[in-house]
Design a protein around this ligand. Structure first.
Ligand code: ADP
Ligand code: ZN
Length: 819
């Protein structure tokens, strides 16, 4: 067999079931290097698709070998290490190679090659039409351009007119009627911004996008971009994806996106470096720092947990370590869960590292993020501070990766591939022999476990730097309120405390964790919560059939109106901030009150917060966004309105999240001179999680939680793989789900998988069963996230996708999903 120059490619158009590195012939004279993007024919119809070159070498020139059509990048966009990362992500997260590559690269880069066609300058529509009207395909193109307001993107035109438009456009450009310009050449307007964001969860939105990925690729790209970028300006969204304003309006109508007005963000100016005073660590900080420094200088991949209470100086330690990393010629990435809530962090980093630090976060425009990426790639930046996706920053020669508040669920991607930042960080540290430093005031149970087992190094900061005492915590038993006839949300105790604050002119923050499950049943008399006999998670109430269901294993039972324990009346739990606001206004007439929740436009948050501080408005009511990073002198009272809401959620992670939230919220009180108080309202004051949070006793929480996890086979003792099966026909989805379960059960009996004793459960309905007319059910695999299991799941998924019986049904897999 003849040999030739062959490139191995990740191809965009390859679906998961048949995805692999594909061989393509490099034509004579074409310059192709590893890491560049190329255009190739793919599949039976030889549709044009993008690809990325993963490797180049001599190979067999077998018959039917297709060749690369053109090279799209002048320079590589991916280097060897990033290609390895993509290969790893693909097997770890059950995604295609191309999806992995797309996740690693910034969105702005991705869309720079879109082709846009417009009427040539000086050409009038009617004249142009007259010139080509005898060629129907060309006339059709022109009509489309006209309808689109004079310009349209190639993919958009293909969507409407089919592949034939390529030759028609060639004719039109040949006649000088239209011109083609790369999107990268167009300027983004700098005027006022109309912002777009998803109105659904990323998962639901992706579900909708995927369901018509082929038919409406532009819509798909637009949703995908919103999933990864969060809130962005409408003009940028159109610019990068080629979507038209009609597309956006249609998405708004369908309830997928919503619009809002321009926000002005106060991202701090980058200060000159070297201005900040040198850091002098206290004894405790110095000890942790010394230990961490010697790990970092060892030059081997290591992981350490820094468990330090809020205000103990973790950030000071991070900064010292980053300084040392830079001194020894290495670079560093520092990750935070939500940067916009921690402007102080940005200021601190820029005062120490000046122009050497790049900030990557969701408040940046896509084009700004892309510019930062280019700066980093060119080596102009040595420190990256950012949120989740900053873990993919193209910094080389890493000495340190810091993950602050490592337990936060925002570190897990909501859209596929649903990577966890911690895993990606470990992979990158292994590549560079770097130190991974996990910092937290309330570490995740997994991390604390590995630290105690000696897998991670363990360091502590036990005291607040200013030695300020923690607030006094009181529990209000909501069962007593029900008994004494108080049907409202504010307990007598909390009411008294608020009144006291009003008299003294001090401020109060009230916190409602609305993110919790509002469809849980609970006894108003004894606090009993119906749980699944098999999973010990709270059952969810489904009003459609009046039944209680378990979202892990599918167990279902009739919902009783009375409590099986005490005969009391069962209540549906779940209140919104608006209802609470009404009640507060009635209780405290004429008292100033601010409300901040998901309905408050995100641009207003800062304004609200600064008003709260400046105008000393007595009460701030909000959802979890008030829990983090806020630091107000005059706040001396914090009220948690319904601690149970996030506790009895059917996720293995619920107790941990509640403990962490309560600890953070309670920590909001008494940051200034005066000592603070906190009131936690709960139906279950005896619950270990609530008690340990009230006592701010992490060890107590950890001991009870780890025991639970061991008994229930939850992480870290097992890994939970969720296979979500979806389609428009519910019966077909259920049937397919059962087939998948049987298949997995069969496979679980094979060695070597069998030795890890996997369990296969389900099908169970997904938390939101029906989204955009698609029904979603889940199969749960409890086992071990090792090579053998992943290979088996991947094999089964591919087989499932290729099975004709499963037409129209899609499936994806997640591991240890936090939401
Ligand atoms: P954490 O990150 O653990 O919440 P920080 O690093 O933000 O703690 O420290 C809390 C506060 O104490 C900050 O205002 C910080 O400036 C101050 N602080 C902590 N350690 C020191 C130190 N060694 N020298 C001066 N100020 C410190
Ligand atoms: Zn169950």
């Amino acid at each position: 067999m003849e040999t030739a120059n062959i490139a191995k490619l990740a191809v965009a158009a390859a679906p998961y079931a048949i995805d692999k590195p594909y061989d393509y012939l490099i034509p004579e004279g074409m310059e192709v290097s590893v890491g560049v993007r190329v255009s190739v024919p793919f599949g039976r119809g030889n549709r044009r698709s993008e690809g990325v070159v993963l490797a180049i070498g001599e190979g067999e020139k077998f018959p039917g070998l297709k060749q690369i059509l053109s090279v799209l990048d002048r320079e590589s966009v991916l280097d060897r290490q990033e290609i390895d990362l993509a290969l790893w992500m693909r097997q770890r997260y059950f995604c295609t190679l191309y999806d992995a590559v797309k996740t690693i690269l910034p969105a702005g880069l991705w869309y720079q090659f879109r082709e846009v066609y417009r009427l040539a300058p000086g050409i009038e529509y009617t004249a142009a039409y007259a010139a080509v009207q005898e060629i129907p395909a060309c006339a059709e193109m022109l009509q489309l351009l006209f309808a689109k307001g004079g310009s349209a993107e190639l993919s958009e035109m293909k969507e409407v007119c089919g592949e034939g438009c390529v030759s028609a456009l060639k004719t039109l450009t040949g006649k000088g009627v239209v011109v083609c310009e790369s999107r990268a050449q167009r300027k983004i307007g700098d005027k006022t911004r109309r912002m777009v964001e998803l109105a659904l969860s990323a998962e639901e939105a992706m579900e909708i996008a995927e369901s018509r990925r082929r038919a409406a690729p532009v819509r798909y790209e637009a949703i995908r971009l919103l999933c990864s970028a969060g809130r962005i300006s409408a003009s940028e969204l159109c610019y990068f994806t080629g979507a038209s304003s009609q597309t956006l309006r249609a998405l708004e109508k369908a309830g997928v996106v919503r619009f809002s007005q321009e926000e002005t963000l106060r991202v701090p100016e980058i200060a000159q470096s070297g201005e900040a005073a040198p850091i002098v660590l206290n004894e405790e900080q110095e000890e942790a720092y010394r230990g961490l420094l010697s790990l970092m200088e060892g030059g081997r991949a290591e992981a350490a947990l820094l468990h330090g209470v809020t205000g103990s100086g973790k950030t000071q330690v991070y900064i010292r370590l980053v300084q040392e990393a830079l001194r020894s010629g290495k670079n560093a990435i520092v990750l935070v869960p939500e940067i916009i809530l921690t402007p102080q962090m940005m200021e601190r980093f820029s005062s120490y590292f000046g122009a050497e630090v790049a900030m990557l976060h969701s408040a940046l425009r896509l084009s700004e993020r892309y510019d930062q990426w280019k700066r980093i790639r060119r080596g102009e930046v040595r420190v990256v501070l950012g949120t989740r996706s900053a873990i993919f920053a193209p910094l080389r020669n890493l000495g340190l990766i810091v993950m602050d508040e490592e337990q936060e669920s925002s570190y897990q991607s909501e859209n596929p591939p649903r990577y966890h930042t911690r895993d990606v960080a470990k992979f990158r540290c292994a590549q560079d022999g770097a130190l991974l430093l996990l910092g937290s005031a309330t570490p995740s149970v997994e991390s604390a476990h590995w630290a105690r087992e000696g897998v991670y190094h363990h360091f502590f900061l036990r005291r607040r730097y200013n030695e300020k005492s923690l607030p006094r915590v009181m529990l209000a038993d909501l069962k007593d309120e029900v008994r004494s006839g108080n049907s409202g949300v504010i307990s007598a105790l909390l009411r008294r405390e608020i009144e006291q604050n009003l008299q003294r002119g001090e401020q109060s923050i009230l916190f409602l964790n609305r993110r919790g499950n509002s469809r849980m049943l609970l006894c108003g008399e004894c606090g009993f919560v119906p749980e699944c006999p098999r999973c010990s998670t709270a059952l969810t109430y489904h009003s459609a059939n009046g039944r209680l269901m378990c979202h892990y294993c599918g167990h279902s039972e009739k919902a009783n109106e009375t409590c099986p324990m005490c005969g009391g009346i069962m209540k549906r739990v779940g209140v919104g901030t608006q209802k609470v606001e009404e009640e507060l206004r009635a209780l405290f007439p004429g008292v100033g009150l601010l409300r901040m929740d998901a309905d408050t436009a995100s641009g207003e948050h800062e304004t609200l917060l600064s008003r709260f501080e400046r105008e000393k408005i007595p009460i701030l009511l909000g959802t979890q966004m008030v829990a983090k990073g806020l630091d107000f002198e005059n706040v001396t009272l914090v009220g948690v309105l319904a601690a149970d809401l996030s506790l009895y959620v059917d996720n293995y992670h619920a107790a941990e999240r509640t403990f962490s939230l309560l600890t953070q919220v309670v920590g909001r009180a008494g940051r200034g001179e005066k000592t603070g108080r906190a009131v936690i309202q709960t139906y279950t004051p005896g619950n270990e999680v609530i008690v340990s949070a009230a006592e701010q006793d992490y060890d107590r929480f950890f001991e009870s939680e780890i025991r639970m996890r061991r008994i229930r086979r939850y992480p870290p003792f097992a890994d939970l793989f969720t296979c979500t099966i979806s389609g428009t026909d519910e019966t077909a989805v259920l049937r397919a789900a059962v087939r998948l379960r049987e298949e997995l059960k069969l496979e679980s009996q094979q060695e070597p998988i069998r030795s890890s004793d996997p369990e296969v459960l389900g099908p169970a309905p997904a938390p939101v069963v029906k989204v955009d007319n698609r029904y979603r059910y889940r199969i749960l695999w409890v086992g071990k996230n090792d090579k053998a299991t992943r290979a088996l799941l991947s094999y089964t998924l591919k087989k499932f996708a290729l099975d004709r019986q499963n037409r129209g049904i899609s499936v994806f897999v997640d591991c240890n999903a936090l939401e």
